[in-house]
Design a binder for this molecule. Structure first.
Ligand code: SF4
Length: 273
């Protein structure tokens, strides 16, 4: 495990935006990963295109000092913000300095701190401890079976669904903030898959459920613009092979989940993605 920043990466801004988020309003983005996209998943809908480095190895990708100086520069501009969101070009819990980054955000901004995570490292106590500093944590859960996980998220081989669910369960027990479960639905789910999902939600007891469908044109444009290679194109086509839910089907599914769980369910309506 390396605790020093990679010397091979060119410098890039770690703080970006604010971007308008349908979920959170005007969000200042913090990217603790940097220019080489790095994640433990390779989701077939990923807007980063083909993840360049797939790993569960934590390291410091962007020095905390760089992030702090960028945050201070933004704070001086007194931009209107609703939240500060840590996500960026990969899985933010891979950043060993996540806790330092969240502490720095808290020092500089009064807005709620949001972290978006793919949940694969929640079994690690130090990761869960770092996330305790966030006001909102959105944890990804796209699958209710190992097969579905492999098909949609394409994790490293050692990652499996029971461990992910165990990690989310532990985090839920320890975390007092607002935990949302984020789920990307690529095609109509069978009744069995829906029942399995609802069962998991009842066990995990998130404060909110966010279900989503990929925006197909955006996936294609983003991948081709940002990466422009053949692998990215084939990944986009992999997404195209799914028969996406219509807004009406998504709405019906959201209603069914809410009725069964009594947990608020959010889903995109006209640009709310
Ligand atoms: S978890 Fe997020 S960053 Fe990682 S591959 Fe999936 S969509 Fe991309």
């Amino acid at each position: 495990m390396s605790a020093s920043p990679s010397s091979q990466k060119p410098h890039c801004a770690a703080v970006y935006g604010p971007v308008k988020s349908g979920r959170f309003g005007r969000s200042l983005g913090i990217d603790p990963i940097g220019i080489i996209s790095t994640c433990s998943f390779k989701c077939i809908y990923c807007q980063l295109g083909n993840i360049q480095q797939q790993t569960t190895q934590q390291q410091i990708f962007v020095p905390t000092s760089q992030i702090i100086s960028e945050l201070q520069a933004i704070a001086q501009r007194e931009i209107q913000l609703d939240v500060v969101t840590v996500s960026g070009s990969g899985e933010p819990t891979l950043a060993l300095n996540l806790e330092e980054i969240l502490a720095a955000i808290k020092e500089i901004f009064k807005q709620p701190k949001v972290v978006l995570t793919n949940s694969t490292l929640l079994g690690d106590k130090s990761v869960r401890n770092a996330l305790l500093l966030a006001d909102i944590v959105a944890v990804k859960l796209d699958a209710v079976s190992s097969n579905q996980l492999r098909q949609i998220n394409q994790p490293l081989e050692k990652i499996d669904l029971p461990d992910i669910i165990q990690g989310i369960t532990q985090f839920r027990q320890e975390y007092q903030g607002r935990m949302a479960i984020q789920t990307m639905i690529l095609s109509s789910w069978t009744a069995e898959t829906q029942a399995g999902y609802i069962h998991l939600l009842k066990v995990l007891q998130p404060d909110e459920i966010q279900i989503n469908i990929p925006s197909r044109p955006r996936v294609l444009v983003s991948q081709l613009e940002s990466r422009g290679n053949d692998i990215a194109e084939s990944r986009a086509y992999a997404c195209e092979n799914f028969k996406l839910l219509t807004p009406e089907e998504l709405s019906a599914m959201a209603q069914k989940i809410h009725t069964a769980t009594k947990i608020p369910v959010r889903y995109p309506i006209l640009g709310d993605r």
